[in-house]
Design a protein around this ligand. Structure first.
Ligand SMILES: [Zn+2]
Length: 106
């Protein structure tokens, strides 16, 4: 994803102190990009909660999802636009993801 964005001519930053530590940041455009792992962020298509220790996992993954929401709200309140990609979207088509980012950046 990062390589593809860079190759497409987008200049971004990785290091940042923003809430939730976005994976990629475009400071000039105030755009924060997150790439969410399908398991850890409960992708509806791929996340299967393990059957052993089910309660532990439900709890842990539920917290992740809640944190994602909180982070989005915090960033938006600070004037950032937030884009989230699933890991599987990147794997399926990096170019589509790059396109989405480029539309937002304009
Ligand atoms: Zn997925």
């Amino acid at each position: 994803m990062r390589k593809a964005l860079w190759a497409a001519g987008f200049r971004y930053r990785l290091k940042n102190r923003l809430p939730g530590r976005p994976d990629i940041v475009f400071p000039g455009k105030r755009l924060a990009v997150f790439v969410d792992g399908c398991f850890w962020h409960r992708c509806p298509r791929h996340c299967r909660v393990p059957t052993t220790n089910r309660e532990f996992w439900e709890n842990k993954l539920g917290k992740n999802v809640q944190r994602d929401k909180d982070v989005k709200m915090l960033l938006e309140r600070q004037g950032w636009e937030v884009v989230r990609f699933w890991e599987h979207e990147i794997k399926e088509s990096v170019s589509k993801c790059v396109e989405r980012v480029s539309l937002l950046i304009g």
